[in-house]
Design a protein around this ligand. Structure first.
Ligand code: UFG
Length: 342
């Protein structure tokens, strides 16, 4: 029997990383997690073990550390890498840009050098719809213009994609997945979103507010040019997003050229307002949220949602969960984590 492919997952203890590790194990791959735990928590590793009923090997290593990373590659024989490890808070990136540039770019270049040394040629990269900035037209396709990034975080995603394009000379086959808004949690309730400190993102703020850990939700702005005045986003269940990574690896394996760089939007194609998310959360979970309208958040984009048809066609991927299920799973996870009975 041929050996199962082994995939290194950097940032595998994070929100999207941990769900992807579960999907990979369930798809029959060997997985090794590389994470410095700077923005994640060991509880996620426990959740992965409980769902998969295996212990996934874990290295507490920083991807900007070439020696430590090299050692991981010496001890394992990887067929591919999925690179999640990065800082991701838009607001924080404005106040500490150098940390974002250093960490997000250096971790990718260090990883590529180590991959090259060990002849690992397949990479899936965690990108974001932030690369499109404020789009002129929605839905956005992969051909939509890459606008000047409106945060250092966004600039790092654009720069990393450029690096991957150029890395073709090393014989790298790379896929960049441009995520829209990942939400939800594993249906088992054993894995979910655990941001450090006050959540910046909408759904973890909602679940923590409903759990009484945070105060009332502020909806940032209600006079946007949208049906109810609140911003429009494309919310995608994290398990569906995780599944896109498994499909991306299949896609890479089918490529005949020695190297390449491919980008895919990973969203549902459906734009939803903030107020619709709030109302749906209340309805599906039978929970009353406290919220009020506040000023617009600087840098927020009015309206962005995906045209995911390229991923549908080339990755043979389709989202399976509805937003309703995502909001149910997110609340289930929060309740389990906080030991709340309802
Ligand atoms: N929002 C609120 N109140 C909150 C939090 C968010 O009203 O407390 C609103 C935001 O104003 C926005 C929507 O909810 O309209 C979604 O906000 P998120 O912070 O959850 O997500 P963003 O769309 O701002 O950011 C996401 C990713 C980023 C990525 C960006 C690209 O989190 O990593 O999409 O547009 F860069």
């Amino acid at each position: 029997m041929s050996k199962k492919p082994t995939i290194a997952v950097t940032g595998g203890a994070g929100f999207i990383g941990s769900h992807t590790v579960v999907q990979l194990v369930e798809a029959g791959y060997e997985v090794v997690i590389i994470d410095n735990l700077s923005r994640s928590d060991r509880t996620m590793l426990d959740g992965i073990s409980r769902i998969t009923k295996t212990t996934v090997p874990f290295y507490e290593v920083d991807c900007t550390d070439p020696k430590a990373l090299d050692k991981v590659f010496l001890e394992n024989s990887f067929d591919a890498v999925i690179h999640f490890a990065a800082y991701k808070a838009v607001g924080e990136s404005v106040s500490m840009p150098l940390d974002y540039y250093e960490n997000n770019i250096l971790s990718l270049t260090t990883l590529l050098r180590v991959m090259n040394k060990h002849a690992v040629r397949s990479l899936i990269f965690s990108s974001s719809c932030t690369v499109y900035g404020e789009p002129d037209m929605v839905p956005v396709t992969e051909q939509s213009p890459i606008k000047l990034a409106n945060s250092p975080y966004g600039a790092t995603k654009q720069m990393c994609e450029r690096i991957l394009e150029d890395a073709k000379v090393y014989g790298i086959q790379a896929v960049s997945l441009r995520y829209f808004n990942p939400i939800g949690a594993h249906p088992s309730g054993l894995l979910g979103e655990l941001p450090i400190g006050v959540p910046n993102n909408l759904v973890p703020f909602i679940t923590q507010s409903a759990a009484g850990v945070r105060g009332s939700l502020t909806i940032f702005g209600n006079d946007y040019q949208t049906p109810d005045g609140t911003c429009i986003r494309d919310y995608i269940h994290v398990v569906d997003l995780a599944d896109a990574h498994v499909r991306a690896f299949d896609f890479i394996r089918q490529q005949e050229e020695a190297s390449g760089f491919h980008v895919f939007n990973v969203g549902t194609g459906r734009g939803v307002t903030v107020l619709e998310v709030v109302k749906e959360f209340e309805e599906v979970n039978k929970v009353k949220l406290n919220y009020s309208f506040g000023p617009k958040r600087p840098g927020d984009i009015e309206k962005v949602f995906a045209d995911p048809s390229k991923a549908f066609k080339s990755l043979m991927w389709r989202p399976k969960f509805s937003m309703k299920e995502a909001l149910q799973h997110a609340w289930q996870w929060e309740k389990n984590f906080r030991k709340i009975e309802q």
